[in-house]
Design a protein around this ligand. Structure first.
Ligand SMILES: Cc1ncc(COP(=O)(O)O)c(C=O)c1O
Length: 352
């Protein structure tokens, strides 16, 4: 494809860090760049603890386990999202309960979540969809632990603080299509130091630090490698630049697509969303995507609503019509932080 969906924005610092890690021979987990990445995430997000892990999916699974979520429990997840949050709930043996979205932010609807809450509800996974923060004040009224999934929301904010700063714990993904990347990777952030200790224990094979092979729980290896962290640490030091780059691209698309049959994704007035990938709707979505792809532009239809997939339909107690509607009309356009105005013009040319 002439224009892939996304590209990482990599520079000298990333290359220097990787060379340094290679020269030291420390390419596995727990190397020095892992600590650098964790401390800089804590500072940036104002959280007491950050734990780097091998992916955003691992982060979700381990947070749920550390919260004690398991068989017999329910976790409310939005019906419109990449499937990882629902899959993570199934992986720990609990039941995902699919919840419809707020049409003005495409994030989980607190009112709909309220109607789904039962005495078995152990947590809500609140996904900051495409960089739009959730209504955390509305969700707080549910009085169940919130796990913020900020996988797509590096740099987003509300007036109460940065995305990644909400809930009992939050998770990030640093997959290569994210604004800030380590290739593959993720992180758990929390202000609860006991929860942080449980997460670390589960990430490191269930071995308490400094006690040799005296495993206390059946843990896993969820560690981020020092090589990934070398890239990630450099990227976190460029966080503002990378986030600003994608917001600049979003504004260019907004202007270029005005009055051409596209609606930009909606935003709530209290939110300062970041831009993961440029999102818009069109009533001709499928034809637009097909035309773009014929012209070498990797435009993509968004995910189907989970409630419309055979695998997840049994977990949608009510239907999720708003999620279905967005998934029928919404698409992403190629987005990366160093994308030029000429790139955006060429993509738009292929669409209309
Ligand atoms: C909302 C959401 N949660 C979790 C994940 C999982 O992250 P990873 O791909 O790093 O496993 C993703 C991945 O894109 C995501 O979009």
């Amino acid at each position: 494809m002439r224009f892939p969906l996304s590209r990482p924005t990599l520079g000298d610092q990333e290359a220097d860090n990787v060379r340094d890690a290679m020269a030291s021979g420390w390419i596995s987990g727990t190397g020095p760049y892992v600590g650098v990445l964790e401390r800089s995430l804590e500072q940036r997000l104002g959280r007491a603890a950050a734990i780097a892990v091998s992916s955003g999916t691992t982060a979700l699974e381990i947070v749920l386990s550390a919260l004690g979520v398991g068989p017999g429990d329910e976790v409310i997840v939005p019906a419109l999202t990449f499937a990882a949050p629902a899959a993570a709930v199934l992986t720990v043996g609990a039941v995902p309960v699919l919840c419809d979205i707020d049409p003005m932010s495409w994030t989980i609807s607190p009112e709909a979540a309220h109607a789904l809450r039962t005495e078995r509800t152990k947590a809500v996974i609140a996904v900051d969809l495409m960089g739009h923060p959730c209504d955390f004040e509305g969700l707080a009224e549910l009085d169940v632990p919130i796990v913020e999934d900020a996988a797509q929301a590096h740099g987003a904010r509300t007036e109460k603080g940065p995305a990644g700063g909400f809930g009992v714990a939050s998770v990030f993904s640093f997959h290569v299509n994210k604004a800030v990347t380590s290739g593959e990777g993720g992180a758990v952030l929390t202000d609860d130091l006991e929860l942080a200790e449980r997460v670390r224990l589960l990430v490191h094979h269930g071995m308490p630090p400094g006690q040799g092979y005296r495993h206390t729980v059946a843990g896993r290896n969820g560690r981020m490698t020092n090589l990934s962290a070398a890239v990630g640490a450099a990227q976190v030091s460029r966080w503002d630049e990378l986030v600003a780059g994608r917001l600049r691209v979003e504004r260019l698309y907004d202007v270029r697509l005005e009055n051409r049959g596209f609606e930009p994704r909606p935003k709530r007035s209290w939110a300062s969303p970041s831009c993961w990938l440029y999102g818009a709707t069109s009533q001709d979505r499928d034809a637009v995507v097909e035309r773009a792809r014929r012209h070498g532009v990797d435009a993509r239809a968004v995910w189907p609503a989970l409630s419309d997939l055979p695998l997840y339909r049994p977990y949608a107690p009510g239907r999720c019509p708003r999620a279905s509607e967005v998934s029928r009309t919404a698409m992403w356009l190629p987005t990366w932080s160093h994308m030029t105005a000429e790139d955006v013009d060429a993509v738009v040319e292929a669409l209309v």
